[in-house]
Ligand binder design. Sequence first.
Ligand code: FAD
Length: 476
Amino acid sequence: TTRVVWFRRDLRLNDHTALAQAINDSDNDDQLLLLFHIHPDLNKEFNATHDYFFQTLQSLVTDAQEKNIPIHFIEGTVTDAFTELLNHRNVDAIYFNKDESGFGKQRDDEFMEEVKDKDVEVCSFIDHHMHGAEEISKKTGGYYKVFTPYYKQWKQYQKPNIQKVDHEKLTKLAIDETSSFKDGNKAYDSLIDKTARDFDAVGEKAAWDRFETFVEDAIYDYEDERDFPAVDGTSQMSRFLRTGAISIRSMYHYIDDQVDYRKNTEGVETYISELAWRDFYNMIYHFYPEAKNKEMVEKYRGLPWNNDDELFEAWKKGQTGFPIIDAAMRQLNETGWMHNRLRMAVASFLTKDLLMDWRKGERYFAEQLIDYDPASNIGGWQWAASTGTDPVPYFRVFNPTRQSERFDPHGRFIKEWVPELENVPKKSIHDPSQLSEEDQKEAKCVIGEDYPKPIVDHKTMRERAIEMFKDQKDGS
Ligand code: FAD
């Protein structure tokens, strides 16, 4: 019997449901073919998300090689690539971890359509999330649209076990047919050549290093420190979760084993609730796939967004004259990651201070983030734009200067990313436009020359935003 294991956004060799199941289902004289599919569009468009993803893939290939396990590549549309594979090879079953939303789900649907009349067994599993999109629903039926009641249920559900991968058996079962996958190999080499940036923390080993350090040093302080971008207070695990370099189940069980529950575990509880947000947004995007383009709140579907390209450019480049916004955007552009507090702040700024369409921001993040996850990104953007889930009783507009004073009180984060403001004294760092001419000279930062004047007046724009939303009638 020959089984194929199709890798996707699960680029690791441990606690991997499809891989573990395929091995468990195999006898010693069966064969396993490990596979990654490359869509031709990938070779056209490349951004930071791709750079990071394909470096992780490369890391998986290397880790697998060390265990004498070859990974094969096929190229083409899903239909072409799999038709070719199944026409030329005797494949009895295909195993993969399925996607429940977005492009991944469309690809899975296309694949299922393609193989439905073929003589091949398809074994697909929920693996990317702790709880699948359809697992947790309201007792009265339907899906949750607010996080808190969802989370109450989420906590009560039994957590799935680790899916242990027997590496010794895998090495014996894995076949090497790489020489007959020339086109796929070429496509893979071309992708790897295209990755422009190098990242330090890539792949399964790096994921575990980071996670172990976080759980040992920082998880207890997470509640107090997670909102301060100058502090390394969050786990930075999103990139590893996105690529599947680590499994969410392993993270959960590791915390459960390692945490000393005699200590103050408020931070641990908050951290676990953040992991549940990831499941929550996956569930929302599964049930509401239109969310990529459409506001979840119906009455906000016709908002007259501003289309000023210059303002958008200033936001993208970190040249708005609001130091915390600029620091955040520069961090994103340079590292491919942004702190959660700042994602909320810059998203609020784009939608409420510049009155620009959240879709533009969502797309810009999609190009820049190495942890880009459509479900979480769309969820986060719609939340910030007040068009999505978890609407609050009041209208949410972040005051960028106030956010800066609260969460970067000494301006340490600002100074790290906006060096023009290095000599600006602490009391003016959140709003350097208030510096007198003399103080500007002293700080070697002339506002309007070395650093921009604020591109908008927050107070005025806040009022305009409130008006703009108020003007929308229900159902319009
Ligand atoms: P930690 O604070 O250490 O949290 C641990 C993990 O919990 C994260 O790695 C992530 O998997 C999950 N998590 C935490 N907060 C959220 C959240 N609000 N929603 C969903 N999952 C969460 N997260 C992404 O993974 N990809 C995105 O594309 C993305 N886009 C966002 C866009 C906006 C506008 C906003 C407001 C948030 C977005 N988030 C996104 C959520 C969050 O900002 C990041 O997950 C977090 O900053 C990643 O850093 P971390 O791993 O250090 O997080």
